[in-house]
Write a protein that binds this ligand. Structure first.
Ligand SMILES: [Zn+2]
Length: 320
């Protein structure tokens, strides 16, 4: 058994402190925030700007897409984002869909909590829940939901009404998108309120995973989801598309010793932003380990991308 001091040191190394200069740099790159999300047009509110490690003040990854101020799409709902959903004025009744990039817990951990909250509302329409298909150790999105709420064996069997619409629960309408280890074809989804969403398979290690493009009123926003730099189909499909906003997950600092099969290092984030012609790059899914070397990460991004770069904080709102 490891001595306690060594164990604490190892655990502590997962969440290194952010040097003050880097913390100040992150704040300086935060976009100036309006008093409230815009009351008209498209906006993306970052509900959770953090990752899998519990690091205040960031909740796990989540986005709320608003149209004319109203909450219409919930994209991922990582641990802690349930509270941000409430703080943002989110509610399940007004959602056109819940979109999941993948089923890692830092992207889906608060899903049951949000659904349960919706069970206290008066939504009558089925609720689409769209996400990736299955792979070893990862259920398809539909099986994830049916497993949770299975009336016989589900850990939340008592909430089985989500599977059949009984007990005043909103009926879930799951849809699995084929990912083919990141090589699957993009799928276009028409989701109401003038929103067109394209689900784009990406490569994220062993996890079936998607990125999303959201189009509204001639403007587009791209959310990479968790993806490695081996996401060739994603890059090709969106090359030169010029999204107004590109949300990229800033999980790892530059240099060796990082999980490159799972995430884009900063230089590959810059290459992606340049290839897409993004008008603005927003770094989110921030972690202490990446923010602690934010200056180095920015320099790596700048090798390819010269546009504006912003660091997201929970509840920050962006209008394309
Ligand atoms: Zn992940």
């Amino acid at each position: 058994m490891l001595p306690a001091a060594i164990l604490i040191l190892q655990l502590g190394s997962l969440s290194p402190p952010i040097p003050q200069a880097e913390a100040d740099l992150a704040q300086s790159l935060r976009a100036e925030q309006p008093a409230a999300c815009p009351a008209s047009g498209l906006a993306v509110q970052v509900l959770g700007s953090g990752g899998p490690v519990a690091e205040a003040p960031r909740a796990g990854t989540s986005y709320l897409v608003r149209v004319d101020g109203r909450p219409r799409l919930l994209i991922d709902i990582g641990s802690g984002a349930y509270l941000r959903f409430a703080e943002a004025g989110g509610n399940v009744t007004e959602l056109d869909a819940i979109l999941l990039t993948h089923l890692h817990a830092d992207h889906s951990g608060d899903l049951v909590s949000v659904l349960m909250s919706g069970g206290f509302e008066d939504r009558t329409e089925p609720l689409p829940v769209i996400g990736p298909d299955a792979a070893p150790r990862f259920p398809a999105t539909s099986d994830f939901l049916s497993g949770l709420f299975d009336p016989d064996r589900g850990p939340y069997a008592y909430l089985g009404g989500y599977l059949d619409g009984s007990e005043d629960k909103p009926l879930l309408a799951p849809r699995d998108v084929a990912t083919d280890n990141g090589d699957g074809a993009p799928v276009t989804l028409m989701l109401g309120h003038g929103l067109t969403v394209t689900a784009l398979p990406v490569h994220h290690g062993a996890a079936p995973a998607l990125g999303y493009r959201v189009d509204y009123g001639g403007k587009s926003v791209v959310i990479t989801g968790d993806q490695s730099a081996f996401s060739d189909g994603f890059e090709t499909a969106l090359a030169g598309s010029g999204p107004q906003l590109l949300f990229a997950h800033f999980v790892i600092p530059p240099g060796p010793g990082q999980p490159r099969a799972l995430h884009r290092p900063p230089d590959a984030i810059g290459e992606l932003a340049a290839k897409l012609g993004a008008r603005r790059l927003v770094l989110t899914h921030n972690m202490n380990r990446s923010l602690a070397r934010l200056g180095d990460g920015l320099a790596a991004i700048r090798q390819s991308y010269a546009g504006p770069v912003t660091v997201a904080y929970d509840l920050d709102c962006y209008a394309p």
